[in-house]
Ligand binder design. Structure first.
Ligand code: C5P
Length: 247
């Protein structure tokens, strides 16, 4: 089913994994209006801070603030409100922060946005970091397999009112099956067939990820590290299938 009003470019999130604001803004100016969102993560945010986020937002682009909040409920709520004030369109938190943290964050963020007539950012959860394997989980006393934990935490995210989760390409179908349509799945680990894998080990092509049911794909180095980022973006867009669903 094609989604009226949503264009395939809107599914693309560009990871601005660069050390400083000047390079980030160069990329934003080059790709402005051509992608769905720009992702600002820990490195760039630590270096360039809210000012850079506000600058991207005030230029008319959407920002996904990827700071993976993980703290006691009130602290995460307060951080979430600061994210709202910056005007971000999406931010994330760790589902392992617990049900009360997720519920309170969604509730208080919605309350703040409605009081100030703002659009509530999408709130998505991190389940199990892809850098953690079975042995890591066992050493933490977690007995389930990684796949089981991912589904368990995705269901908790749904129950906690989150809009969706971040998931690796190989987890998309199982999460979609468990959590249903309407639950946002954001997928990094994307590599076009013609791009270098870099340090990604389990990756999908953009087309495979969208066909598996991802609503958003996060792509960094194949575009940001390219000699011609615009050309790389055009190639990726031309390989994507029509929208299958989405929010
Ligand atoms: O450059 P690349 O396309 O690999 O960038 C992917 C982005 O997604 C990076 O910002 C990375 O931190 C993030 N990410 C990831 N794998 C995960 C979770 C997040 O690559 N499992």
């Amino acid at each position: 089913m094609e989604v009226p009003g949503k264009k395939i470019k809107d599914s693309l999130i560009i990871a601005l994994d660069v050390p400083a604001a000047d390079r980030a803004l160069e990329l934003v100016n080059l790709l402005r209006g051509k992608v769905g969102m720009f992702k600002v993560g820990s490195q760039l945010f630590t270096s360039a801070g809210p000012q850079l986020v506000q600058e991207i937002v005030s230029g008319g682009d959407n920002v996904f603030l990827d700071l993976k909040f993980h703290d006691i409920p009130r602290t995460v709520v307060n951080a979430a409100i600061e994210a709202v004030k910056m005007g971000v369109s999406m931010f994330n938190l760790h589902t392992m922060g617990g049900m009360e943290m997720m519920r309170l964050t969604v509730h208080e963020t919605a309350r703040y946005c409605s009081a100030f007539k703002l659009r509530r950012p999408k709130i998505v959860g991190v389940t199990v970091l892809t850098s953690l394997d079975q042995e890591n989980l066992q050493r933490m006393g977690l007995k389930e397999s990684v796949d089981e934990m991912v589904i368990r935490l995705s269901l908790l995210a749904l129950e906690g009112g989150l809009d969706g989760v971040i998931a690796s390409p190989r987890e998309i179908r199982a999460i979609r099956g468990a959590c249903g349509e309407g639950f946002i799945i954001v997928t990094p680990g994307i590599r076009p067939s013609w791009a270098s894998a870099d340090d990604q080990r389990r990756f999908s092509t953009p087309r495979e990820a969208i066909e598996a049911g991802a609503d958003y794909i996060v792509i960094g180095r194949p575009i940001t590290g390219s000699k011609d980022p615009l050309l790389s973006l055009e190639r990726i867009l031309s390989e994507l299938p029509p929208l299958q669903g989405g929010k």
